[in-house]
Design a protein around this ligand. Sequence first.
Ligand code: FAD
Length: 395
Amino acid sequence: MASKVCIVGGGPAGVMLAFLLARSGVPVTILEKHEDFFRDFRGDTIHPSTLQLMHELGLLDEFLKVPHDELTQVSLSLDGHLSPIADFTSLPTVCKMIVFMPQWDFLDFLADHGRRYPTFDLRMGIEVTDLIEEDGRVVGVKAGEEEFRAHLVIGADGRHSIVRDKAGFEVEEFGVPIDVLWTKIPKAKEMTEQALGYFGGGNFLVLINRGDYYQTGVLIRKGDFDGIQKAGLPAFRQRILSTAPFLSGYVDAVDDWSKVRLLTVQIDRLKKWHRPGLLCIGDSAHAMSPAGGVGVNLAIQDAVATANMLTAGLLSGKIDGSDLQRVQDRRLRPTKQIQGFQVFFHKRIANASATGQTNLRLPLWFARHFQFIRRFVARMTGIGPLPEHIETKPG
Ligand SMILES: Cc1cc2nc3c(=O)[nH]c(=O)nc-3n(C[C@H](O)[C@H](O)[C@H](O)COP(=O)(O)OP(=O)(O)OC[C@H]3O[C@@H](n4cnc5c(N)ncnc54)[C@H](O)[C@@H]3O)c2cc1C
């Protein structure tokens, strides 16, 4: 008899894994604490590797009908000078671009497809509060009074994972010197900027075009938010304008602190991702920062690897610790490499913010002049160090 799986968390990792397992006939319940997928900004990037997976699943054409923007090249602006840093046009994937799509549309798309399989059971508005353990093995989860029993529990509940806490996993923390303030800056629909990131005067801004507004991320030093609030909104708006002067007039819409949201950034990794009856994947196993816009990709790659490595065992009812360890072994190296890059990037940004000197001039000069660097950056962000492919079959 097939083993039952319970996934905690309906983010990219959880929904992708649930979809893949159900597609192969594994009974899977996925519990998401929110009533819908519409919530804080957490990354709109759909990477070429994810588009490749959609292609392998035969869903690409339908997926690309969901409204989105496409970028074949990513640029950064440093003190008003534009530098291309990533060129996706020569990637060995069917889609040689990054797609920007609100994450809720992406998750809705996957969930809608998951619901077509009889073993897919998505429960929204269920917040997991504890694990159920018997004889040293995790055998399910509790959501208040309700219990969900399963042969395997997957923690895919993100960087504030309750699953990892309750399981008592040891966490390796990597200090992160920055946080992000997110806000929305309304704009004219036809206004498009060529860069994704703007550096200037030690400040760094991310602008994501969402039609009639820019989803705007202002990087700050960790702990600085109180001081920024005390300095007042005019100073905050000026900080944005000094980096992106073309927002003059538009930025006035940020007229109340309730429109600015602090998102703390963390990078960490579990030493061991599993226990009998339990496996963590995605941010729950390794919290990612927004740097490089790669966390969603990594979470999805974890989900695909998990499905590839566990589906046969789940269908035959035979999964043990060595299977779970194989998932960790496979995904650990790409995770370490990407987190290493993020730690490096944060140090540079934090230095820039402390000194007012943006020490990215030289790397950007190289990226501007050497195409192989732009292609390398595109490969690392768009595909990642160990791309996964769909190996499971429809059940
Ligand atoms: C500010 C910010 C911006 C980012 N921008 C980008 C970007 O542009 N591109 C990119 O690739 N990455 C970005 N990242 C990283 C990216 O968001 C994560 O790496 C990625 O979302 C991880 O996916 P996940 O499915 O593992 O976890 P999550 O996306 O965090 O999903 C976890 C899910 O679990 C649910 N959940 C949590 N606790 C419970 C519970 N107790 N019971 C039930 N459900 C629960 C949550 O509601 C959530 O839906 C950003 C991160 C931050 C902090």
